[in-house]
Design a protein. Structure first.
Ligand code: NI
Length: 188
């Protein structure tokens, strides 16, 4: 089932999400719904808070970027309770966007070398060094679990420049091709 995507400004996107526990009801269904919602909105990653569920759960599928970045071909995975350790390295500035912040793309500086620990959908533990663009996507998604969105990382000047548009998004005054839910709907 395709779920509405919660937009910038909604409290669920500002909350620190809770760990997923094995007794969480219908986890498989939630994961399935997140996948459907992400593909419908043509995203490459989605975090549970973006569908209004404050849980530490992420789905990533970066295969579509494989033409430009061959290392991303075929990469898709579910992250349950992911833990990131940022490793040393150079901060790289690249443009990001977000399903919850439609129409805004801004450069974000991040270190693209991380150690990631996570559980998959079968509750198997994994740990892997992740580099490059995928490390950026993982950090972006995991930020959502800590109540952050990518525009929280941009400079105060850039933030000022997009402030009016962010305000519009929080009121649902934004055109996008998928169903959304906002914090402060404007009555029409
Ligand atoms: Ni996002």
């Amino acid at each position: 089932m395709i779920l509405p995507v919660y937009l910038y400004g909604h409290p669920v996107l500002k909350a620190v999400a809770k760990d997923v526990t094995p007794d969480y009801p219908d986890l498989d269904q939630l994961i399935e719904n997140m996948k459907e919602t992400m593909y419908d909105s043509e995203g490459i990653g989605i975090a549970a808070p973006q569908v209004g569920v404050s849980l530490r759960l992420v789905y990533i599928d970066v295969d579509v970027l494989g033409d430009d970045m061959p290392e991303l071909k075929g990469i898709k995975f579910v992250l349950i309770n992911p833990e990131i350790t940022i490793l040393d390295g150079e901060e790289i500035s690249r443009e990001e966007g977000c399903l919850s912040v439609p129409g805004i793309h801004e450069k974000v500086r991040r270190i693209e070398k991380i150690n990631l620990k996570w559980l998959d959908e079968n509750w198997q533990q994994h740990e892997q060094l992740i580099e490059g663009y995928l490390a950026r996507v993982v950090q972006h998604e995991c930020d959502h679990l800590n109540g952050k969105v990518f525009v929280d990382h941009i400079s105060p000047i850039r933030k000022q420049l997009v402030k009016a548009r962010l305000n519009d998004i929080s009121k649902g005054n934004v055109k996008c091709g998928y169903r959304t839910r906002c914090a402060r709907p404007t009555r029409k």
